[in-house]
Every structure is written in C-alpha cells, then in structure tokens.
Design a protein around this ligand. Structure first.
Ligand SMILES: Nc1ncnc2c1ncn2[C@@H]1O[C@H](COP(=O)(O)OP(=O)(O)OP(=O)(O)O)[C@@H](O)[C@H]1O
Ligand SMILES: [Mg+2]
Length: 370
C-alpha cells in the first residue's frame, strides 16, 4: 500500500475489520460485511462483556444509542441523516459506519451550492460519446450510483447545502431505488442492489435543515449528534486524535496531562460564557467543538515542534488558542480578553501550576492581535 495523507477508515482499520469479520457469526442484513453488533463494536470499541480475544479500540466517542439508531436505520428502508453542530464527529461516524458495513467509505458526494443532479446520478464522458455514442460504457456513474450498483453505502456530505433540485433527485433514488437513464434505449435502468443506503450529514448551524422538503425528511431518519460536553469523553477524543496526529507527523512529543486539562477547562469556560451570552456579538464565532479543541492542540504541537524546543509549553498552547478562536476582530478578541481577565487571571492566582504561563502566553497573543 502506498502512503496516503489520510487513509479511509476501511484501509486504516483493515486488519481489525478482517479479524472482526472472521469471528462474526451474527446474522447480517443484506450484503453487510459485519453484523449490526459487530458494527457497533467496531465503532464504539469492545468491552470485557463482549468476550473477544482481543481488544477493539473505540473510534467514535458518544452515546451508544446514536450509533445503534444509525445502524438500525441503515438496515431499514430509509436513509440516515446525521445532524449536529460543526465538529461533532458526524462525518467521522458516517465514514466508520460505511467502512464497517460496506468496507467502502469513499463513495462520497459533497453538497455545495454547485452540486447538480449529475453529481448524484450520472454524467457522460464527452469524448467517448462523440467517438462511440451514448452507451453504458460512455456513462460516468456518480458515487451514489456506484453505491447502488454495488449494494453498499453511499455518502452525502452537507446535504442541506445543495439545491432543492438535487434534493429532489435524492428523493426518487431513496424511494424508487433505481435511476433511469432516458438517453439510452436499452439497459437504461440502474437498480439498487440490496445493502444500498445513504448516510447524509448536515450541519445544524447552516441554514437549511428546516428547508429540507418534507418528502425528503420522510425518507431519512434523523440522528442528532450533540456537542460533547462531558469532560471525560472529550478528553478521550482529544487524546485519541492527538496520538494519531503525532504518529502521522512522526513527532515525538509528550502532551503533559495538566496542559490537556487547561485546554479542556478553557473550552468548558468559554462554552459556559457563550451559553449565557445575550447577543451574537458576545459569542465567539467558533462553535467551540471538540474538533476545534483538537485543532488548537495540533497547532500548538506543530508550533513547538517547528519553532520551539520540542516540548509543549503553556504559553504556546495559549497562543494557539487565541490565534484559532480570534476570527473576528474586534468582537472575538474582546471576548477572549474578557475571559483572560475574568477567568484565567483568578485561576492563575488560585491554582498556580501551568496557569500563570498560560495567562502570560494568552495576554501576549491578544496584545499582538489587537
Ligand atoms: N465524538 C467524536 N468521536 C471521535 N472523534 C471525534 C468526535 N467528535 C469529533 N471528532 C473528531 O473531530 C474531527 C472533526 O469531526 P468531523 O469532521 O466528523 O465533524 P463534523 O461533525 O462532520 O463537522 P462539520 O459539520 O464541520 O462537517 C475529526 O477528526 C473527528 O475525528
Ligand atoms: Mg462533516
């Protein structure tokens, strides 16, 4: 296997998936590669009660009810729509489910204002059409059509960003389970094979979730993924992602647990402040998601590796936090400044430890950006 910047989950966890498949004796819907229980186990990790000979690490952190509901939906007639704030792991969960169920998570359509019906149905290879005419050979199936033909899961990212034409085309795919190709005289219907389904994601901060037509809503089961607010699970996610990141960049650096605590505490404080804010100007533009936390830590780690002495310092972490969260000037900077005065300063006096260095690093970063 050649190196990839980011391998899809079915490649990254190929060995684990092979093993799970080999020990899986549960009933499998359609052509699923794993039984529903094994899919859940792959996503959420194993527990002692599962009685397996090896430990399966958790990959998505969150309530198991969301994962179970998602799996049940995929075995049903309906598509799955994962909705939630940015950075809550919707796309990652979609990828893991497609990898576990179909061993293929890369049949993805990205929803944008420019997505057209062709992107979810098919288009033509123009030079082949000119040379040989329209036929199945000169047709370019979309990822969704390929998923239908193979009886696997197709993914649709950011469903609500696409136009209503595209959404309408999806309605017919989800209800009829075939696509007709009127340009062809024969062999002009592509039927979905059993096992085909769609996992779509939508960001609840984007306008549009409510604008989905009721016909489309009826063809999807909605699973709402909340922002993780439990500090323990959040610490786990951040640690899991960071370890992976360090491995990917081949960086040998320890993230001191007390700095991780400071990061988690700061996000918890900033979220509490956002929750009690009365206007948007008093709220950071960032959704303060777990993904954002991972981003801050990644930034700090890379900074320390490239420009520091290869150990993560509280000052650097503070600088990355301010740099990442101060998107709007002056609004975001004012909010951070208030937080630094009102919360970090007293904490630094009371708790000591790395807080004073964090205080100083943040002050400097705010001053530089102001
Ligand atoms: N609950 C979670 N479990 C594991 N990883 C998570 C979780 N939440 C977020 N992450 C990590 O955060 C990063 C961003 O997640 P992802 O892209 O899936 O978010 P998203 O909900 O699709 O966001 P967006 O709405 O912006 O597309 C990923 O690296 C993902 O692994
Ligand atoms: Mg996403």
């Amino acid at each position: 296997m050649t190196e990839m910047l980011r391998a899809p989950a079915e490649v990254k966890y190929a060995e684990e998936l092979d093993w799970l498949e080999s020990v899986d004796d549960g009933p499998k819907p359609f052509s699923w590669r794993l039984s529903p229980r094994m899919v859940r186990l792959f996503v959420l990790g194993s527990e002692r009660a599962d009685g397996l000979d090896r430990e399966i690490s958790p990959k998505w952190f969150g309530d198991r009810s969301f994962v179970e509901r998602s799996i049940v939906t995929l075995a049903s007639d309906r598509g799955l729509l994962l909705i939630g704030d940015p950075g809550t792991g919707k796309s990652w969960l979609a990828e893991l489910l497609a990898a576990a169920i179909s061993r293929n998570s890369t049949l993805v359509v990205q929803g944008t204002a420019g997505t057209t019906e062709d992107h979810i149905k098919y288009s033509w290879n123009v030079s082949m059409v000119i040379a040989k005419g329209q036929s199945r050979a000169s047709m370019i199936p979309s990822p969704i059509m390929t998923a239908m033909e193979k009886g696997v899961i197709g993914r649709f990212e950011e469903l609500t960003r696409s136009t209503s034409d595209v959404q309408d085309a999806l309605i017919s795919i989800l209800s009829e389970k075939y696509v007709s190709i009127p340009e062809l005289e024969d062999d002009n219907i592509v039927f979905a094979q059993p096992g085909f389904s769609i996992i779509a994601t939508a960001n609840s901060r984007d306008r549009g979730v409510n604008d989905l037509s009721s016909a489309l809503k009826r063809r999807f089961n909605f699973v709402r993924i909340p922002v993780v607010t439990n500090k323990k699970s959040e610490a786990e996610i951040v640690r899991f992602r960071t370890t992976e990141l360090l491995r990917r960049h081949q960086i040998d650096l320890d993230v001191p647990p007390n700095l991780l605590d400071i990061l988690l505490q700061s996000f918890a404080d900033l979220r509490a402040a956002a929750a009690s804010a009365t206007s948007d100007d008093e709220k950071l533009e960032s959704a303060l998601s777990t993904a954002e936390q991972i981003g801050v830590l990644e930034d700090a780690i890379l900074h320390s590796t490239f420009f520091g002495d290869r150990s993560l310092k509280a000052e650097t972490l503070a600088g990355s936090l301010v740099g990442s969260l101060a998107r709007r000037s002056p609004e975001d900077l004012a909010i951070l400044n208030k937080y630094w005065h009102g919360v970090v300063e007293p904490r630094s006096k009371e708790d000591g430890g790395e807080w004073p260095a964090f205080l100083e690093g943040g002050r400097q970063a705010i001053a530089t950006l102001s």
